[in-house]
Design a protein around this ligand. Structure first.
Ligand SMILES: [Zn+2]
Ligand SMILES: [Zn+2]
Length: 483
């Protein structure tokens, strides 16, 4: 069945392709919508564009904000619910005095000047809901405006600080504001919001005390989901800690069963991983084995991260490779369990077991892989979340986030729906992005080759011993999955 629809999708005549990607991207950049308009319209409509002068004004505001010397996101409150990118910065940068003023400035900038209008999904040839992992700094409710700001039709967030065990309970005010903003911005919390679990939680933990702590943190997240009306929740399956994979899978399933019994509706999605160290979930078989032991199958599913899949050895680059990977997933796990996607290109080559997210089209996956995904019918309606890098060097040499990158990538992905891959528009865009990522790909390729050489000399396969394994089993290399 999958094969059939895959073939259909691959053969679908993209005759009435959307305008060339290049044109569409340029156009998007020129489309800035006032929040007043968004609010009035209840969103999910491509709204009236405003004059280009406003774009410049918006850019100025944003860059002014970004280069502001005092970064109050370092205060405790802002560390809560930071986006992956923000989190990385917080970990790396020393603590500085907080400037209260900036919060207002940031809020104003983001409120008044969305970087892109949300596309009406109904206007797309396939119902693809694309967004990014946005920040919930200052309270989960802020994630909604942050998502609307970049024109996202789906989004991810952390429900609490992803690196602390103890977090204050969900405030009533945050909860009521979350519900109000959901309504105002017309996001469906049962379908298109995909919170990401804490990096600290390892449900495969064998140690009783640590397993209890992991369970408490996990359950707390699920309870937050239910309080917010969110149905899907994505998490990393865990690490064996050196135990057998089968025992680890059994422990994960047991924890899930307990958590499902203690809650009522949230569906827990296992994320596929890149296959480094002792991390579980890089093979579809491992995901299958966990699901097999889950009592309530309606409460479990899978979120596929494209970068992780590719690094783990599942190819997505050509229509044939993509179809075969999807068919394999269907045969091993079952397509009905596929509930979400993380859309990331890969800075590391195929099967390298390294987790290095790249911007769409600039990595080893390339634009064609994303064209395959965007035109695959069975994936319609799933939340698709970018976790691509947005850090850039500011004029003062400081790292700043450029959320325009996500706004543009969302529009780029949407433009791939129904696009003819033989068209000049597609080819030009593909080439442009491929060239953009060349030096980064080369750099990582060299690292991978060097390591392979070393491993060959040692007679190991790089999945055995030493420091690297320890590091990998605790974290991924990028996208805020790093330490
Ligand atoms: Zn993840
Ligand atoms: Zn990752």
């Amino acid at each position: 069945m999958v094969r059939q629809s895959t073939r259909k999708a691959a053969q679908a005549k993209p005759a009435q392709a959307k305008p060339a990607a290049v044109e569409s991207r340029t156009r998007v950049k020129e489309e800035v919508v006032s929040v007043a308009a968004v609010k009035a319209n209840g969103t999910e409509k491509t709204l009236t564009a405003v004059a280009e002068s406003k774009v410049d004004a918006a850019k100025k505001t944003v860059s002014k904000r970004k280069s502001a010397p005092a970064e109050p996101e370092l205060d405790g409150k802002d560390i809560e619910n930071a986006s992956p990118a923000e989190d990385k910065k917080q970990v790396q940068e020393p603590k500085k005095p907080a400037a209260k003023k900036r919060k207002t400035t940031k809020k104003e900038a983001e409120d008044t000047m969305p970087l892109a209008a949300r596309t009406a999904v109904a206007s797309l040839k396939r119902a693809m809901y694309i967004g990014a992992h946005v920040s919930g700094a200052g309270g989960v409710q802020n994630s909604i405006q942050n998502a609307a700001h970049i024109g996202a039709n789906a989004f991810a967030l952390f429900l609490k600080s992803q690196r602390k065990w103890a977090s204050p309970p969900l405030a009533d005010e945050a909860k009521s504001q979350f519900h109000a903003l959901l309504k105002q911005h017309n996001y469906d919390a049962t379908k298109h919001i995909l919170p990401h679990g804490s990096y600290l939680v390892n449900l495969a933990q064998a140690d009783a005390a640590k397993a209890a702590q992991a369970y408490d943190g996990f359950l707390d997240d699920l309870q937050r989901c239910e309080a917010l009306g969110i149905t899907l929740y994505n998490f990393h399956p865990g690490s064996t800690g050196g135990a057998t994979t089968s025992s680890a899978c059994a422990r994960i399933a047991a924890q899930l069963n307990k958590a499902h019994a203690a809650t009522s509706s949230v569906v827990t999605l296992l994320e596929n991983m890149c296959g480094s160290g002792n991390v579980i979930g890089s093979r579809f078989e491992e995901l299958r084995d966990i699901i097999a032991l889950v009592d309530d199958k309606s409460r479990v599913g899978v979120c596929i991260d494209t970068c992780h899949a590719f690094a783990a050895g599942y190819d997505l680059r050509t229509p044939e490779a993509f179809a075969s990977t999807m068919a394999e997933f269907d045969a091993v796990v079952g397509l009905k369990y596929l509930r979400a996607f993380h859309l990331n290109d890969s800075k590391a080559p195929f099967g390298s077991h390294r987790d290095l997210h790249a911007n769409i089209g600039t990595g080893f996956l390339g634009l064609r892989a994303f064209h395959n995904i965007m035109n695959h019918e069975p994936l319609q309606g799933l939340p698709m979340v970018l976790e691509t890098p947005i850090d850039e060097k500011g004029p003062d040499g400081k790292t700043v986030e450029n959320k325009q990158v996500w706004a543009d990538e969302i529009k780029l992905l949407e433009s791939l729906i129904g696009m003819d891959v033989e068209s000049d528009g597609f080819k030009e865009k593909e080439e442009e992005l491929h060239a953009k990522g060349a030096s980064e790909r080369q750099k990582v390729q060299e690292q991978v080759d060097k390591k392979a050489e070393k491993d060959a000399k040692k007679g190991t396969k790089g999945k055995g011993k030493g420091k690297r394994k320890k590091k990998d089993e605790e974290s991924c290399d990028s996208c805020g999955e790093s330490d």
